[in-house]
Design a protein. Structure first.
Length: 66
């Protein structure tokens, strides 16, 4: 486990991508009528956040820099 408590570039990148996915998904649910295509695109972006984290962690960006 990292001693940085998630304060790494990999973690922050995943958080930003995840928040973007939640934003897109919530916009899809607010449209009238409900736009499930936009909602599922948001879900896919949230899943991609996990992939972004794993890729960046494997590249070494999940380590403390100071």
């Amino acid at each position: 486990m990292s001693d940085s408590h998630g304060n790494t570039p990999a973690a922050w990148s995943a958080v930003v991508v995840g928040l973007l996915g939640f934003l897109v998904g919530s916009i899809g649910l607010m449209l009238d009528p409900l736009n499930y295509v936009v909602f599922w695109i948001g879900v896919a972006i949230v899943v991609a956040a996990g992939v972004v984290f794993l890729v960046l962690a494997k590249m070494g960006y999940h380590t403390e820099t100071h």
